[in-house]
Ligand binder design. Structure first.
Ligand code: ADP
Ligand code: MG
Ligand code: MG
Length: 253
């Protein structure tokens, strides 16, 4: 069992005009095997939360804690966070010129495991994972993110997750830019890793659409830099019908 615990997290971002406070005291606990949907309007700070967990240098932690099984995540470098079992898709560079998907994934796997996977098993594992995500085998020889479509980026993200076998994954807008068929394949991938490894998932999304395919155990409404309400899956249904207006207005008072 692994637990990611976020307590009273406050985060500012560096902007041209100075520091701007975005997260205003976030509390969340995610255990292995649980899927938590974080849902909120644009600009509410959802991606900031993901970046803060990932250790992005642009985001300054001004208060609170993040721990993984009691270990201080905020004291860890980006690599150490991955080694500790956190999967944060955006910690990886947007484009890696001249590095193939295959080499990139093997390097990431080597860094996380502390030793290189045996080449033969690795090739087999990678092929298997790619087939499950219905990716063409030529994808492995393409350069990372160079000319990837939105759908390819998302599949690459899930491919990484399948191969790196993290304890807790933070998936930010995994549904954006996907048509329904691609969305189903990506969701199947997430569900497969969940079932196989007991992965805990923080699924950040603006829309309820992906929740038809990845069933959350807990739903959190995220507004103005904090969790405004938490509930079960029924909360997502209510958001689908009512939208975020009520929460946005309450937060503005
Ligand atoms: P969400 O993912 O919920 O749409 P974000 O975390 O992306 O929200 O953004 C929250 C707020 O922080 C927005 O007002 C956004 O403009 C601001 N913000 C986030 N990142 C930056 C940044 N790197 N520079 C300036 N402003 C930022
Ligand atoms: Mg553990
Ligand atoms: Mg966002």
């Amino acid at each position: 069992m692994t637990t990611l615990e976020i307590r009273d997290l406050k985060v500012s971002v560096d902007t041209d005009t100075g520091e701007k406070e975005i997260l205003r005291g976030v509390d969340l606990t995610i255990n292995s095997g649980e899927t938590h949907a974080i849902m909120g309007p644009n600009g509410s700070g959802k991606s900031t939360l993901a970046y803060a967990i990932a250790g992005h240098p642009k985001y300054t932690i001004t208060g609170g804690t993040i721990t993984l099984d009691g270990e201080d995540v905020l004291a860890m470098g980006v690599d150490e966070r991955a080694k500790a079992g956190l999967f944060l898709a955006m910690q990886y560079p947007v484009e890696v010129p001249g590095v193939t998907v295959s080499n990139f994934l093997r390097t990431a796997k080597t860094s996380i495991d502390g030793e290189a996977p045996k080449l033969r098993t690795w090739v087999k594992d990678m092929k298997g994972a790619m087939e499950l995500l219905r990716m063409d085998s030529s994808f492995a020889e393409r350069n990372v993110n160079e000319g990837f479509s939105g759908g390819e980026k998302k599949r690459h993200e899930i491919l990484q997750m399948e191969l790196l076998q993290p304890q807790i994954a933070v998936l930010d807008e995994t549904d954006s830019g996907l048509d329904v068929d691609a969305l189903k394949i990506v969701a199947e991938g997430v569900n497969r890793v969940k079932d196989a490894t007991g992965l805990g998932v923080m699924l950040i999304t603006h829309y309820t659409r992906i929740l038809r395919y990845i069933k959350p155990d807990h739903v959190h409404v995220f507004v103005a830099g904090k969790v405004a309400e938490s509930g079960g899956p029924e909360l997502a249904d209510r958001l689908e019908n009512e939208g975020y207006d009520r929460y946005v207005q309450a937060a503005a008072v």
